[in-house]
Design a protein around this ligand. Sequence first.
Ligand code: XBP
Ligand code: MG
Length: 272
Amino acid sequence: MTVTYGCLEAILSAMLEALIFDVDGTLADTERDGHRLAFNAAFAEIGLDWRWDEALYGELLEVTGGKERIRSFCERHAPEFPAKADAEARIKELHAAKTRHYVALCAQGIPLRPGIERLLREAHAAGLRLAIATTTTPENVSALLAPDLLALFEKVGAGDTVPNKKPAPDIYQWVLAQLGLPASACLAIEDSANGLKASRAAGLATVITRTAYTDDHDFSGALAVLSDLGEPGEASAARAGSMHGKAFVDLDLLRSWHQEWLLRADANNKKT
Ligand code: XBP
Ligand code: MG
């Protein structure tokens, strides 16, 4: 592959301008001890004998969006429910109760994943723009993040802002439009196959930090697949992608991965 100097210069000058973070499973490991417990608390409050254990919830996570997840559960496990005339209204009522319980759980404190606060502050201090692209509701984002961390995000794309939830690219396309940036100037951080499909369909280079629920997902096309972002003294384990000799993910490493991605994209363009 011959890369002309001018072309290489153009590629290398394409700065990384923004980081776009997923929320659930990425900023914090919220699914098992947050959302799942909130769903069960809502079912109990409304008088339904549904209980989502960890194994069932892992299956149900294939469907993104709380309302969509309840509907999918009903179709498979409670077929009499969606047949009711007021099923949609009752799903909305259930989801509103669930969100109340989730916000209460967040108030007790759900810890951020390793490296998240460190990288957010490092990136913000270096002038990178930060945004969120999530399937969960805006109130859940505000409940999870301390005000000073939430304030670092310029745009929050969440929940029903877009008609199609992940793995559709809609929420990432909405965030890119709000930022006024091309995908090539940004990098996404995700935890799941649905999230990766969404970010890649929006043209974004994507770093994966796996969770117990997503450990066996297909992460083909990710820039790197990591245990987490790591911390000084708490090394990140890379299942795919090179850490370039670093023990944890910092802005310098993200910039290196972004450049590698641009060069690969340019080489692929030349092949076509
Ligand atoms: C994960 C989701 C969300 C949560 C539940 O979102 O799919 O639906 O599981 O939250 P992310 P809601 O894109 O951040 O990984 O009940 O508010 O949908
Ligand atoms: Mg996620």
